[in-house]
Write a protein that binds this ligand. Structure first.
Ligand SMILES: Cc1cc2nc3c(=O)[nH]c(=O)nc-3n(C[C@H](O)[C@H](O)[C@H](O)COP(=O)(O)OP(=O)(O)OC[C@H]3O[C@@H](n4cnc5c(N)ncnc54)[C@H](O)[C@@H]3O)c2cc1C
Length: 441
């Protein structure tokens, strides 16, 4: 029997896991490498940050997903470099020396990282919502603001209960909607002595609309629903963020809003790992790929999901969304099989099944193929159903369903716990990539 080729997949997110699953019956050995031992369902991170769900509800250990897939191994570690000649990845697994991992076929599925757009003070003082750690830290921080204001009311004047969400895409809209509900319904009961009515949620967006990739009707629905819930929605150039400090946010129009909480939902950029590996990237840092998702000039190397500039029908890169990552992952699994058996590869075609965003209880917008647009309660239930369906793991689905049903019936929220990890338990590195090993060509 011949030796089976080693397929290494960098990243156990939506894209990487679909590559791995797609290779379940292929005559290859698959290794998924991820810096975390779990996969994160990012679309529900805002619910962890606003105490709607437990962190464990939106994440799943990668090893637990593949008990029945005998050709699959998992390796926890951060990819920090590559030796293309020897076809070896360098991993930082937390030990004194980087270790190595050989590959015949390599799939880069490392996702994206938060983008600060060069706004002064944003990286230091704003709070991202990209990883599970971010979501738990944000929840802690929000709860701590209320505890502090309850102990010292003068802090309210200094902005302790003013929460500014930056970015009017789906994440910003969802975060602002969930935060205002948490404050108005739950914190009002938790902090009866505190003038919770003085708490404010401000959503700032530099464009003239929210949900810019949606149609005008959905955009207006989002503005109207949020304003009806008392979210202070600021749109347009004057609302561009000019500066963030630990005490305020300054907008381009000159206004300064005192706040200790700036939630950064302004956008993402491709994982800098692409450049660390020396792969050709677009201006936005995404890996350039051929139509079949192979990396030009690197035989046996592929890229999927957010890290890749996957050409759509028009040639422009597809948006960084979960369905693109899942479909591109499945596609690459099929192409690796074809490639290894000497067959020609096929171009990737994305099947757009629509897009949706939730705003709050009974309020969501959904745009489906064929021009179908849903909003309000119907879209909200559709959003709930779809997220349960796509969530990883049956236990997680059951837990989320229970939390949502409980919250729906009682207006209560679950885990309002301030969990502060000991400093040694915090991740040693930020969510970028240390490039100290780099590329050996
Ligand atoms: C807050 C938020 C909300 C979102 N909501 C939606 C939504 O409602 N609908 C939607 O369609 N999309 C949504 N998205 C986008 C969607 O989550 C992404 O498009 C999708 O996760 C991309 O999948 P991926 O596999 O490319 O990357 P990811 O799922 O991010 O996976 C990348 C993996 O690579 C690992 N990794 C990164 N670098 C390294 C390294 N150097 N070494 C080892 N491992 C590494 C990471 O730990 C991670 O597990 C949202 C994203 C965010 C952040």
């Amino acid at each position: 029997m011949g030796v089976r080729p080693d397929v290494v997949v960098i990243g156990g997110g939506f894209g990487g896991l679909h590559v791995a699953r797609g290779l379940a019956r292929a005559p290859v050995e698959v290794t998924v490498v991820d810096r975390n031992n779990y996969t994160t369902f990012q679309p529900l991170l805002y619910q962890v940050a606003t105490a709607g769900l437990n962190a464990g509800d939106v994440a799943h250990p990668v090893r637990g997903l593949f008990h029945r897939q005998r050709n699959l191994r998992f390796r926890q570690g951060e990819v920090v470099g590559v030796d293309w000649d020897a076809r070896l990845l360098h991993l930082d697994g937390g030990g004194p020396q980087p270790s190595t991992l050989p590959f015949d076929q390599l799939v880069v599925a490392a996702g994206a990282v938060n983008s600060w757009f060069g706004v002064p003070g944003a990286e230091e003082h704003a709070r991202p919502l990209y990883t599970l750690d971010d979501a738990v830290e944000l929840r802690n921080h929000i709860l701590l603001q209320f505890e502090a204001a309850d102990a010292d009311r003068s802090l309210v004047d200094e902005g302790a209960l003013t929460f500014v969400v930056v970015g009017g895409g789906p994440t910003g809209v969802e975060m602002a909607g969930a935060l205002v509900e948490l404050v108005a319904v739950v914190f009002r009961r938790d902090y009866p002595q505190l003038a919770v009515g003085r708490a404010r949620v401000v959503l700032v967006e530099a464009r003239d609309v929210l949900l810019s990739t949606f149609r005008p009707g959905s955009q207006q629905d989002a503005v109207d629903s949020l304003r009806a819930r008392q979210v202070d929605v600021r749109l347009g150039h004057e609302s561009t963020v000019a500066e963030v400090t630990d005490r305020h946010i300054r907008l381009a129009g000159g206004e300064t809003i005192p706040t200790r909480t700036v939630v950064w939902a302004a956008g993402v950029t491709a994982n800098p790992l692409a450049r660390t590996l020396g792969l050709e990237t677009t201006r936005g840092g995404r890996v350039v790929v051929e139509r079949d998702l192979s990396v030009p000039g690197r035989p046996g190397v592929w890229a999927v999901g957010d890290v890749a500039a996957i050409p759509g029908r028009t040639g422009d890169p597809l948006p960084q969304l979960a369905p693109v990552a899942m479909q591109s992952g499945r596609h690459v699994a099929r192409q690796i099989e074809r490639h290894l058996t000497g067959r020609s590869t096929r171009p990737f075609r994305f099947h757009d099944r629509g897009t949706m965003a939730t705003i709050g209880r009974h309020a969501a917008v959904a745009e489906l193929p064929g021009g179908v647009r849903l909003h309000g309660v119907v879209a909200w239930f559709a959003w709930l159903g779809l997220h349960i369906l796509y969530l990883t793991g049956i236990r997680n689905r059951a837990s989320v369903l229970l939390h949502w049903a409980w919250g729906y019936l009682t207006w209560d929220r679950g885990p309002r716990l301030i969990l502060r990890p000991a400093p040694s338990a915090r991740p040693a590195k930020p969510d970028g990539v240390s490039a100290n090993v780099g590329v050996h060509d």
